[in-house]
Design a protein around this ligand. Structure first.
Ligand code: COA
Length: 373
């Protein structure tokens, strides 16, 4: 058995930012347009008028102040309301692979390693731009990595589930290292025309390099233990798939073909699930709240994180103990907790313990207990 460790991390952040004010201005222009175009049907009670959004509501309900996206022009055009993402030809790198290259290169550089040192690539994300060949194999090819690669999808928990898969393989000796990469192009599966959720997501790509601790060249985190759990729920759902095409070969503009959620139910059901999951994981590993130096939580909602932090620690977290990045990035699905880990872990001292936790659609929850070596 080998001791797995996280030896490098990388975060690719898109260059375009949408603030809440910009987002709401575009959304409200779209609403005005929609209501004007449907005025007769609205008057006849055949169509429901759309309500405007508000930046104050978004900040208060979620803690989100802005989001990074691959393309803001389409999203902010009231006549479009989705990003313009150029479809790639089969002989050029895909969008996910391109982001992944950047994040993986950062992770390798941080660890002082090259592609030759990597034995596997797992592309773990909540949406993939095509069915096959696996995005992970494309990333493997572009980086020049030997070994094997595969995609996996556990929605917002993809990264932690990917870390568990890689850590278990390193532990058993079937591989000596793996890149777990999370290209999350959430802007492509968010329904920007839905007031209840149009503010939720942003785009990003994170990567972690997992190696045998004995191969680490620099500062690293030992993966002490991982724990994954799932429980079926329809409260976060996206029906997009091969059934989307109609008989005429066209793509349907159906609401259920983008991200949908029953936010209130998610809030109520996921909070106890996550709190219990973390408590059980810590108990199993004999880790008390006082032993935890940091929590890197899934980044969906500030109130949710405040609640979980308080439940896990048994008190209000001190500043910096449970860092949030959602105010800048919004919800970036599986990448959120890894962004927080990547940006807020360097100051931990040898022997310090922390916990990465993600949760979301499925439902799914994954926790990773790490110790600074
Ligand atoms: N602007 C202004 N008002 C809005 C609005 C908007 N964009 N969206 C909703 N509202 C209104 C609603 O119509 C409702 O009005 P009412 O009280 O008159 O009926 C009110 O604000 C509250 O709406 P609600 O949807 O209940 O808000 P909320 O407090 O539950 O916050 C979320 C919404 C989505 C931020 C919150 O439910 C959440 O974060 N849930 C968990 C999400 C999650 O983790 N998902 C995982 C995704 S991977």
């Amino acid at each position: 058995m080998y001791q797995p460790a996280i030896t490098g991390t990388g975060v690719f952040t898109p260059s375009e930012i949408i603030t809440n004010d910009e987002l709401v201005a575009a959304f409200n222009a779209y609403v005005e347009r929609y209501n004007a175009e449907n005025a007769d049907k609205i008057a006849a009670d055949e169509v429901e008028a759309k309500e405007p959004s508000s930046a104050e509501f978004i900040l208060a309900a979620s803690g989100i102040e802005q989001r990074y996206v691959l393309d803001k022009t389409g999203v902010l055009d009231p006549a479009v309301m989705h990003p313009w993402l150029r479809e790639r030809a089969d002989d050029e790198p895909g969008q996910m692979a391109e982001m992944a290259l950047d994040a993986c290169t950062q992770a390798l550089e941080m660890a002082g390693k090259t592609a030759e040192d990597v034995g596997a690539v797992i592309c773990a994300a909540s949406n993939h731009e095509r069915a096959y060949p696996a995005i992970a194999i494309e990333i493997q090819n572009l980086l020049g990595i030997q070994g094997f690669a595969f995609d996996m999808n556990v929605a917002c928990s993809s990264a932690t589930f990917g870390i568990q898969a890689a850590a278990d393989m390193v532990k058993s000796g079937s591989i000596s290292s793996a890149l777990v990469v999370n290209p999350e192009i959430c802007s492509a599966h968010l329904e920007w025309r839905d007031r209840d959720c149009h503010f939720i997501f942003g785009d990003v790509c994170t990567a972690v390099l997992i190696e045998r601790a004995e191969d680490a060249k620099g500062p690293h985190f030992l993966i002490k233990s991982t724990r994954c759990a799932t429980q079926f729920s329809n409260n976060i759902r996206n029906n997009n798939g091969y059934l989307r095409r109609t008989r005429k070969g066209q793509m349907e503009d159906r609401r259920d073909m983008q991200f949908m959620q029953n936010g209130r139910k998610v809030f109520k059901e996921v909070l106890p699930l996550v709190s219990k999951h973390i408590a059980a994981h810590m108990a199993e590993e004999n880790i008390a709240a006082a032993d935890l130096k940091r929590l890197w939580l899934h980044q969906a909602n500030k109130t949710m994180n405040d609640y979980i932090g308080k439940k896990v620690l048994g008190r209000d977290p001190h500043p910096g103990e449970q860092p949030n990045i959602l105010q800048d990035y919004a919800n970036t699905s599986s990448a959120g907790s890894i962004i927080a880990f990547s940006k807020y872990s360097n100051d931990l001292q040898s022997g310090d313990t922390g916990l990465i936790c993600s949760f979301g659609a499925g439902y799914s929850v994954g926790s990773v207990i790490v110790e600074r070596a």
